[in-house]
Ligand binder design. Sequence first.
Ligand SMILES: NC(=O)CC[C@H](N)C(=O)O
Length: 367
Amino acid sequence: MKYKQRKKALILLADGTIFHGKSIGKEGTAFGEVCFNTGTTGYQEIFTDPSYFGQIMVTTNAHIGNYGTKDIEVESDDIMIAGLVCRNFSFEYSRPGADRSLEAFFDAHDKMAISDVDTRALVRHIRDNGAMNAVISTDVDNIEGLKKQLADIPDMNGLELASKVSTKEPYFYGDENAKYKISALDIGIKKNILRNLAKRDAYVKVFPYNAKFEDLEAFKPDGYFLSNGPGDPEPLVEAQAVAKEVIDRNLPLFGICLGHQVIALANGISTYKMHHGHRGINHPVKNLETGKGEITSQNHGFAINREETEGHDDVDITHVHLNDHTVAGIKMKSKNVFSVQYHPEASPGPNDSTYLFDQFIENIQNN
Ligand SMILES: NC(=O)CC[C@H](N)C(=O)O
């Protein structure tokens, strides 16, 4: 590998903590909420997941970039994280069929990445002190200036971000002669959700975050879907209104992650910001209906209120996160509605939970 002169870089947290490293490519400054993902593989899917919009991603895996990137292994058309912080960045890559290096991928999307950071200490700091805003920068001699700019970055709590990543115009996915039609609200949808629906003989019309129930209804769908996505679910009043309309009409509805939170809010169950969230590909979940365990892919910083869910007349908890007993899935007793806080589409992650897509299709059939 030819020697590459790399600029000094740093990550500065809102509490004043600084970790030093080196820049990968793009120089400059990027802001976001710092979070960490413990996945050992799947960095390209993570970086392109719209749920991460506005977040600086710390990867705990020791090597990032070593298997390069493949143009089709994306969850959206852009790098959605605000920037990457890792330990060892591989400029060299090795995988049959890889299209380009991760360095080239970051350059193509004009995003910052920094490496040679003590990510173990950084992750321990986030685990102890909670999620907070941060800045990564090559402007290492301007700490005071960066601190001032960082103070003006809005808090993730209360932040609406779905509008920043949602499609501007409706579009179609799948085969128009497929057996089922689904209207999906895009509040940050991952491509692998669409792939999973299309694989089950569904033709999907995808709508912008602020579409009305009537827009979704006009497609004459057999079922409705609320996607994953970034930011706080509470400000998403349009999406909550769509959920309420679908629920009132007792139509089949499935929600994933942000969509799950929106369904809870539509039922009057509040959401809250977690201490540092769940992001990884080996989170244990118990399905309370079957008693079976699932290893799941997760990526969320908010969750729904457990007491309010337990006290709700018409909502049952169906899945629970086994590490901290947070609510991982719900269904409505009197309606054709269910949702999960985790990612059955995986990408990255294990496929233990893809049965939930089958369950949605069954709900559609039974309707
Ligand atoms: N993956 C998601 O949909 C994330 C939902 C929400 N933005 C959260 O952090 O909790």
